[in-house]
Design a protein around this ligand. Structure first.
Ligand SMILES: *[C@@H]1O[C@H](CO)[C@@H](O)[C@H](O)[C@H]1NC(C)=O
Length: 322
């Protein structure tokens, strides 16, 4: 991910975070970012065995492998680092050189996914682990090194440190994932093919931008003809037909709390195209495990003037963005 994109995604997260205590730290963190990461990226390209190292900030976004060291400059009580990899990767994290005081209320917790405004991605319904199993807590762990591997391309670390000079290092490694299920897109433009081979599992591809999504190919096990059903109020939806794809829009990251924009439950070789003017747009593939399902889609960022303000076709717009 380019430095500019990383900055854009972080900005986007910060706007999603607004209202939480985290945002007030952003001023401290913005300063030296752009140039530094450009230089570091360049260095990384020049030398293959270059080990990427940099300080970790109280509010941070990590998209490269490497070692990130946090040193508290004062009590820092609400810190979080968002980690993101490519769609076909999961993230392996390892804590080392930890010098914090758990008994004083310090903590470092790794989370399998992202939490924004109290909402989790992937949603608790779509994650293989129970909510409490998704946290790895340094302070309640007996081992001196704590490690964790994410189930999807995003993970995060929460930490709270009271005394200055306390510190820790987090090692980030990316591991190939041949069957990615839940995915957070790194950018507002792109395309993706989601495949679910005979597994009873629901997978979401989440884009935290208002986007236009074009489904260019859809193949579901029991598909018969071409049809798109809009909104469940008009049509009961595809939930009776087994496997389907739903497009969701909403302003949080928990897909179970988002609004259905459209359901697609028939194979499609033409085009289904939808503008979703929400902070978060999701393509969710619901699979019964009886079939091999595949959906291919493209997405691009909506211009400000494209964001639907009122009714568009028969679609009521629920994410009104001024
Ligand atoms: C997938 O989602 C559907 C509809 O949201 C739900 O009925 C089904 O139980 C889910 N399957 C799994 C394995 O969670």
């Amino acid at each position: 991910m380019s430095a500019a994109l990383r900055a854009q995604l972080l900005l986007c997260l910060v706007s999603l975070l607004s209202g939480t205590g985290l945002t007030r730290y952003i001023e401290d963190n913005e300063a030296s970012d752009g140039l530094y990461s450009l230089i570091s990226l360049a260095q990384k390209r020049e030398s293959e065995d270059f080990i990427f190292r940099r300080p970790l900030r109280c509010l941070d976004m990590l998209a490269t492998e490497g070692y990130f060291t946090f040193v508290a400059s004062r009590p820092q009580l609400a810190c979080a680092a968002f980690i993101i990899a490519e769609p076909s990767e999961v993230i392996s994290l390892e804590l080392s050189d930890v010098s914090i005081d758990c008994s004083a209320g310090d903590f470092i917790k790794i989370f399998d996914g992202w939490v924004l405004k109290g909402e989790k991605f992937p949603s608790s319904y779509d994650h293989p682990l129970l909510p409490h199993e998704r946290y790895t807590d340094y302070c309640s762990s007996a081992a001196s090194t704590v490690s964790s591997r994410s189930s999807q391309n995003v993970a995060m670390i929460f930490f709270r440190i009271h005394s200055p000079e306390s510190s820790f290092t987090i090692a980030v490694k990316k591991v190939h994932n041949p069957f990615p299920c839940n995915i957070m897109s790194q950018s507002p433009e792109g395309s993706f093919t989601m495949v679910m081979p005979h597994q009873r599992r629901n997978c979401s591809f989440s884009i935290i931008y208002p986007v236009e999504i074009r489904v260019t190919d859809l193949s579901l096990g029991d598909a018969k003809s071409n049809e798109i059903s809009l909104l469940r109020q008009i049509w009961p939806g595809c939930s009776g037909s087994g496997d389907y794809v739903e497009l969701l829009g909403g302003n949080g990251v928990d897909t179970s709390k988002m609004f259905p924009v459209a359901d697609l439950c028939f194979s499609l070789s033409g085009l289904a195209q939808m503008k979703i003017g929400c902070d978060n747009s999701v393509v969710r593939l619901v699979s019964s495990g009886n079939y091999i399902n595949r959906v291919t889609f493209q997405y691009r960022l909506l211009d400000q003037n494209e964001i639907p303000k009122t009714r568009e076709n028969t679609l009521e717009n629920f994410c009104s963005v001024e």
